[in-house]
Design a protein around this ligand. Structure first.
Ligand code: FPP
Length: 245
């Protein structure tokens, strides 16, 4: 399967909505927390495989603004898993030259989690092989509102005029300002929703939905998604004839 992938046509930015941890666990008669623990194994596999393939930017939806409404125990398990993973995987990030960054309102995370994240972000900042972006306490609507507020402030202070605002100005005020637009968005677990993820950045992304639950999503599933992506014709509003000319 590996050899069928065209290394020249990999997405520059792959984003994943990791869904189905709870249902995966329920199917096995286990609690949701067991699902999240096993979801971490898929995170490790997919990060390493994306780096090995040479995908320059990978963004994972780890915790949404809406996820704060989940039971306290589940939130705290997710935070613990995040801290444990950062500690366990730190060396691998360095080895694979992966830079870690976050998008979202991370000020809402427990202070200990913020500190752990900041430490890994600082220590991997020089890495250039792949950017791994964790969306944490992230909501696309919040991100767009924050950008609108920043731009309004610049207008109010006479630094820019309303007519100066174009799509690149707005883009420069998003959390993802250092990332290209998403080329491929994968959602696992059979749900067909975007759930407030990267609404601006997926304007022309190819969408790929699979029934596989996140804890079962491994290299072969990633390859299948990438193969499907490579078979799509991305027209960006043009005609097929124009694209092929
Ligand atoms: C969705 O499954 C998954 C999440 C809300 C969290 C994803 C988190 C991890 C995979 C573990 C920690 C992350 C990192 C980056 C180390 P769900 O709970 O919504 O599943 P369900 O829809 O079946 O209930």
């Amino acid at each position: 399967m590996r050899s069928q992938l065209d290394p020249e046509k990999l997405p520059k930015h792959l984003a994943i909505i990791m869904d189905g941890n709870g249902r995966w666990a329920a199917e096995k008669g286990k609690n949701r927390l067991f699902g999240h623990q096993n979801g971490v194994n898929s995170v490790r596999t997919i990060v390493e495989e994306s780096a090995r393939l040479g995908i320059p930017h990978l963004t994972l939806y780890a915790f949404s603004t809406e996820n704060w409404q989940r039971p306290k125990e589940e939130i705290s398990t997710l935070m613990q898993l995040l801290v444990q993973s950062l500690r366990n995987e730190f060396e691998k990030l360095l080895e694979n030259k992966i830079k870690l960054q976050t998008v979202g309102n991370t000020a809402l995370l427990p202070k200990s989690v913020q500190n752990e994240l900041q430490s890994v972000v600082d220590k991997t900042a020089h890495n250039t092989h792949m950017t791994l972006t964790l969306a944490l306490s992230y909501g696309a609507k919040d991100e767009l509102v924050a950008a609108a507020q920043q731009l309004a402030q610049l207008v109010k202070n006479n630094i820019i005029s309303p007519g100066d605002i174009d799509s690149s100005t707005l883009n420069n005020h998003l959390y993802t300002r250092n990332l290209p637009d998403v080329d491929l968005l994968i959602r696992t677990s059979g749900e067909h929703r975007i759930s407030n993820f990267l609404l601006w950045q997926i304007a022309y992304a190819e969408l790929y939905f699979t029934n596989v639950f996140w804890p079962d999503f491994r290299e072969a599933d990633l390859h299948q998604a990438l193969l499907t992506y490579q078979q799509r014709e991305r027209r960006f509003g043009k005609t097929s004839a124009q694209i092929n000319a």
